[in-house]
Design a protein around this ligand. Sequence first.
Ligand code: AP5
Length: 212
Amino acid sequence: MKIIFIGPPGSGKGTQAKRLAGRFEIPHISTGDMLREAVAAGTPVGQQAASIMAAGQLVPDDLMIRMIDDRLSRPDATKGFILDGFPRTLVQAEKLETIVGNGNGSLRVLQLLVPDDAIVRRITLRRTCAQCGAIYHLENQPPANDSVCDRCGAEVIARPDDTEEAVRKRLESFHRQTMPVATFYKSKSILREVDGIGPVDEVFERIEQSLA
Ligand code: AP5
């Protein structure tokens, strides 16, 4: 099973991809998480990406393609994977075809549909575990104990790119640069659109149905 999640920032890609990865026992590969790890570790990639991410812009294609090419060559990705956050441009989508191929019928693309007005509220109230990456929402899915992660006990924080200004830039970039990727997969008849509004469990059920 090779699954690509497409959706605007805050549409629930990470929330749903983590659950689906557990269900199918395949790796959840999030380019956003990989970049945040690189930033935290202070690697050259992280140093290049930090200010771009904080400004709500896209990291250059060549860097992202190298990163995903390396990650997909690891043994755990041979039985399948869930890509969250890649591809985000047509250049990335075309390169992904050469990396994994698309002729064996196992590639499925899920597009989560959430209107822009719901996004800003989701993102500005999101909190993420600095240690294990667990995702919370102060209203819909708060941690049981204030700012402490339910799973690992580390601190739960707001991401630096979750300001309203950066979210609006990320939304603009999604419509301009990533929607053509959805159109690209639609033309290949492998895109499934999933309504991303409603409780997390209900959205997950819709995702499972769309994959059946
Ligand atoms: P990335 O980390 O991929 O960010 P994103 O795409 O903007 O998506 P988010 O992580 O913000 O949201 P999500 O859809 O995962 O939603 P979540 O599940 O957290 O990328 C960050 C940056 O890295 C980019 O801006 C770019 O700079 C760079 N980058 C990454 N990949 C790149 C690439 N390929 N090329 C170039 N640059 C790249 O949910 C959001 C909130 O909503 C949470 O609080 C959650 O609890 C809540 N929620 C989830 N589901 C529901 C629901 N059904 N109802 C109500 N609330 C919900």
